[in-house]
Design a protein around this ligand. Sequence first.
Ligand code: CO
Length: 183
Amino acid sequence: MIKDILIYPNPILRQKSKPVEEFDDVLHQLLDDLSETMEHYGGVGLASVQIGVPKAAFIINIPVKDENDEDIIKKENLIEVINPQIISQDGEQVFSEGCLSVPGYTTEIKRAKTIQVKYQDRYGNHISKKFYGYMAVAWLHECEHLSGRIFVENLNFTDRKKFEKNWKKKKKKKKNEENKNKI
Ligand code: CO
């Protein structure tokens, strides 16, 4: 089912996600909802807390290029991550990031280039892997969601202030537009 995505600064987004203990139908439904929702809104990653369920789970699907050099999402590239742990991080990269909870905003964020991780799949199997590049960025972004953080918290003081000011302005403008013809 397609769910609503919580928008910054919804306080639920600040909640720390709890570890998943049962790898049951409830979890599988949650993961299916996440992937339907992400597909609907056109994201690359989505954490469970973003649909209002603070459980340590997220999904990522990095686009690939088709024969016309267009970005496409392939269902088979979807990864489902439960109870992630970042074992080590290495290197540095700057990537332009956005977030479905902060629609219409992108900014460059500096993160590790490679990460060594442990996680579980939807059946509870333990997986150990190394990721780099875009995938490492997406992983670190989603792990931040699970600790109740949003990527704009990585901005320096001045950029953060600028973001908050513009975000408020944008929200006000949207509200005015919504109320336009309501008599
Ligand atoms: Co996000």
